[in-house]
Design a protein around this ligand. Structure first.
Ligand SMILES: NC(=O)c1ccc[n+]([C@@H]2O[C@H](COP(=O)([O-])OP(=O)(O)OC[C@H]3O[C@@H](n4cnc5c(N)ncnc54)[C@H](O)[C@@H]3O)[C@@H](O)[C@H]2O)c1
Length: 372
């Protein structure tokens, strides 16, 4: 078997920008030391037991940063935590965001920074459970953000989505100031939560950053095969058949482990670059149509049968401008969609996800197991 789990671990830093990045990190390191009196950084990942969260946890921990994962494993996907079992820097706390935390939770656990990933993720699952979605994605998230206020937290990163742009006109490209057009309950709650954070910036004592993630792809411990690129690869590999709706609609994509490096970057770069900033998170070259993705997959699975269908139920169509995150944080994804396809086909060929059909619910946000 030939694979390398992280053959592109380092952040993409262009050489002439190296100095600026390291100076910025140095400034933040000094500021952090002064505030926390030499105590280590401890990052709380709310929803850290999911697809993206576990990649962040493992990446931060590998850089020596302490991580506390908080999750309720709503899809009964707790076994994914085994990926972090041997890592001394990662701890786990079973908690449902709908429940109140102990008053001194943050101080007791020496939490310095918080990343908010938790929630029902995706249009289909929020549509299927609208009340639960309101309880978690709306009420519990706001309650949790409030509970982090006044606890001496340094940075709070809220993970939002490029789905907020919804449907944009042909030829347009959405930067962070582009009008938001959330078409689903999932995106509406993200937009509301973004607004809640920005509106309360004078009330909050932490420095917040909002990252609008592109659609993720790529291999991870809690794999999600309900996301376009991953789903296409699984179906192409297993069924040798793909049904593709609205093939010419655009979306941006980003490798799940690139997101982990971006989180690290937001945490360690000087606060003036991130303070109450909104960033589209991804890279311009990973804006693709579904047809583009199929064409890439066909390079590896040439005998694939594809049925193109018009008039699907997902009207989203947006191209996103990622120049701000590149300019301010010097972040560019190191993985192309083609790299991700190659990686995942390789993993499937080598049996890493050979229970994907047997344990379907583990591999995507299809059904809630722990509703209570
Ligand atoms: N995956 C993507 O393509 C994508 C794209 C844009 C934005 N995002 C955002 O990234 C974040 C992570 O997404 P993901 O793909 O890892 O999804 P995921 O569903 O794998 O992870 C979400 C985690 O939140 C946990 N959770 C749900 N309700 C909870 C509750 N009440 N209390 C505690 N934990 C709870 C779940 O158990 C799960 O582990 C989300 O905020 C999502 O909106 C993801």
């Amino acid at each position: 078997m030939e694979y390398n789990l992280d053959f592109k671990t380092s952040l993409y830093i262009m050489h002439n920008e190296d100095t600026e990045v390291s100076q910025s990190i140095e400034i933040e390191t000094q500021r952090f030391k002064e505030i926390f009196k030499g105590n280590p950084r401890v990052v709380l990942l709310a929803g850290g037991g999911g697809y993206i969260g576990l990649c962040i946890a493992n990446t931060l921990a590998s850089k020596g940063i302490k991580v506390l994962i908080m999750d309720n494993f709503i899809y009964n996907h707790g076994k994914s935590l085994l990926s972090s079992l041997l890592n001394k820097n990662i701890k786990f706390f079973q908690h449902d965001l709908r429940d109140e935390l102990e008053v001194d939770f943050f101080k007791k656990n020496n939490i310095t920074d918080v990343v908010v990933l938790a929630g029902l993720v995706g249009d289909p699952i929020t549509k299927k459970y609208p009340e639960l979605s309101d309880d978690i994605n709306n009420k519990a998230i706001k309650g949790f953000i409030n509970s982090a206020n006044g606890q001496g937290i340094n940075k709070l990163i809220f993970i939002s989505t490029c789905s907020n742009y919804g449907l944009i006109k042909d030829g347009e490209k959405a930067d962070e100031n582009f009008e938001l057009n959330p078409l689903s309950l999932y995106a509406q709650d993200k937009v509301n939560n973004e607004k809640y954070i920005i509106d309360n910036r004078n009330k909050f004592d932490f420095s917040a950053t909002i990252l609008r993630f592109a659609t993720a792809f790529g291999a991870a411990p809690r794999m999600r095969f309900d996301l376009t690129v991953n789903e296409f690869i699984r179906d192409a590999y297993i069924k040798n058949f793909l049904e593709v709706y609205d093939a010419d609609t655009w979306r941006p994509y980003c490798h799940v482990r690139d997101f982990a490096h971006l989180i690290e970057r937001v945490l360690i770069m000087e606060i003036k670059k991130t303070d109450y900033q909104i960033f589209n998170a991804g890279g311009d070259s990973n804006n693709l149509t579904k047809r583009n993705i199929v064409d890439l997959i066909q390079k590896y699975i040439p005998n694939l049968t594809v049925k193109y269908v018009d008039g699907g139920t997902d009207p989203r169509n947006y191209i996103v401008d990622f120049s701000k995150v590149k300019k301010v944080l010097f972040f560019e994804p190191s993985w192309s969609v083609n790299d991700g396809i190659k990686e995942l086909i390789n993993f499937l060929e080598n049996g890493l996800y050979n229970d994907v059909e047997i344990d379907k619910n583990f591999y995507g946000n299809y059904q809630i197991i722990n509703e209570q």
